[in-house]
Design a protein around this ligand. Sequence first.
Ligand code: GLN
Ligand code: ZN
Length: 778
Amino acid sequence: MSSLKVPVATLGVPRIGRHRELKIALESYWSGKSSESEILETARKLRAASWIEQRDRGVTKIPSNDFSLYDHVLDTAVMVGAIPPSYGWNGGDVPLDTYFAMARGDQNADCGCGNPGHAHGVSALEMTKWFDTNYHYMVPELAEDQSFQLASTKPLDHFLEARALGIHTRPVILGPVTFLKLAKARTGAFGLMSLLPKILPVYVKLLKQLSEAGADWVQIDEPCLVLDLEATERTALELAYSRFETSVPGLKIMLATYFGALGENLEAALALPVAGLHIDLVRAPEQLGRVARFASSDLVLSLGLVDGRNVWRTDLNAVLEQVKPVVAGWPSDRIEIASSCSLLHVPVDVELETGLDPELKSWLAFSAQKMDELAALSRALTEGRDSVSDAIKAASYAAASRRSSLRVHDPLVGGRLANIEDAMLRRTGPFAARRKLQARQLDLPAFPTTTIGSFPQTADVRKARSRHVKGEMSYVDYEAFLKSQTAEAIRWQEEIGLDVLVHGEFERNDMVQYFGEQLSGFAFTQHAWVQSYGSRYVRPPIIYGDVSRPNPMTVRWWRYAQSLTGRPVKGMLTGPVTILNWSFVRDDLPRSTVCRQIALAIRDEVADLEKAGAKMIQIDEAALREGLPLRKSDWSTYLAWAVECFRLCSSGVADATQIHTHMCYSEFNDIIDAIAAMDADVISIETSRSKMELLDAFRSFKYPNEIGPGVYDIHSPRVPDVAEMTDLLSLARQRIDDDQLWVNPDCGLKTRKWEEVRPALVNMVAAARELRKVAKAA
Ligand code: GLN
Ligand code: ZN
């Protein structure tokens, strides 16, 4: 029977440990409190634990080399020896500190060791989103004359390490085509695929080593197959995989695709000479039929049936029904059951959540539970559904209770959603008319100065919050503390002469969590961490039910701040699209519907702020761009509902009330019409690092509303001087009209220190005053 058992695969599992052991070990190493051997030992233990756990839970295709100390793309760059010269590597094993310098920059200035091979003062590689996840990878930098060499034995080492524990693994490697596609050109612009012939020998060498060490299968990830590919990239795939087939004939390749449908790349994928193909049937269930129809029956099909991107329990029966027609027609020894993608993107174990109520908990499955689900599905296919009837029943029961629970379905929310009218999506007057009313009501100088919302979250602020959460500081004392922080911030903003003030966000833990905690339909966890990048983990809120806003969320703090000053204080909210994109979202409704629900809740808050007297309300949409689908052809649908949700939350106010939005990025070229369609009266964006070049999109589009291009890079501790900011502002004036221009930093100041913020904002106000003089004289 065991030889017939349908194999179970995870494609990768969380690396962080049940109790964030990896983060703790990394930070201790970085701060010099522990040695290299200690961190390597922690890592080894984490790997062993996750292999053993997978085996014990019934995973049979256990991955190795999915573990990384920091990031698997960085590991791949190191593996092929793609280490930019600035890191001072001269061949041989890559030292751990070189690896961390690539990940985080050299945090210590010159250590005085005098060794030119020791990277001093270098910056980190760039970091960007891994496909459409909230995981970020380090972007490999390649030169046109790049040479490659096998510079790391990690895949082999980990394979052998598992074998020493008696566990036979299937090593995971990021495929060469996806690797090149994710990299960036360090020198000039050249086609990255032109490097393929040079990188392939390194892969071949590695695959041979693995094969000789006893690996029968490897998993090679080519998630680029779910993207829009160019002809050169498809050719590259052909070249790479035929090369592997001829050079390492004994080794079977499971080609893994995930995060979407193969779409028009299906034919290309099926033509590759590989032994197996993994497809994501959670994101793209419809592709199963097509793949089964066109694939050769020699191919091992790995069915990605359990959601690796979300936290919901799988309805096992529904999944078995879904695959029944295909499984019935496919040779039974050519099927594998797998998670849709690596389980890296979900938290470790629901059982750690002792604070969640049992009903909600019964709806969830994290990495550990997903392994159990995979094993149950395999058993059902091997031995029949009766063999796992308890698991199937429990899963069906959980699914049914979610479908009917009153905690999930709020008829009032449904009713409001059904009654959204066109008029609710539009401000009463056009921008030109609103602007006049707003100017009259606000009476601001030219080039008004403001900030993005938060002021430094100092150690004192964080300590007070955590003491309050732990019950060590009373509500009354905590309130008094927050009030004094807010009052001091208002007083200081007045003193240095800012025109539009903020209350400082001292009461907020996080721009999404703060709202989620006050909205119905959101749950928060204690231990459900997922890796965002390196040692930074986040605990995204879980949106499990219809969203509504029982009570005002920010009015009290706004009102307090405004009571202290005659200048306008901006109401400060997080927008619906950002709240959605930074949460685990329920999977029983379209994301657009959940987003509309959040938009209605924010709309209520906007109305209450206005009623309380707010004349300006900022609604941050930091993550709007992040939600863009992987395929260009899906962009317009997403942007249409995202923009609609912003309009829904922001259009309920009088024309004289000024709506601001903020986005902390700067690539607007390809979405500028959607940005304009949001119709915020003022938008603040990040532009200082690009020297205002990124304003070009606004110029060529003739963006009609007002804009605050950031003149102070808040990502760096550096304090810009007045001249630097006036220079940036004159560059901005070449691109947008004077009466459109605001003066503000790139983003909120919560991560900065007051010692940096104080002089920087004093300089910023001086730069605006300077500009007023210059503009008047002209
Ligand atoms: N208002 C928020 C702040 O100032 C905005 C943060 C963000 O855009 N990421 O912190
Ligand atoms: Zn920002």
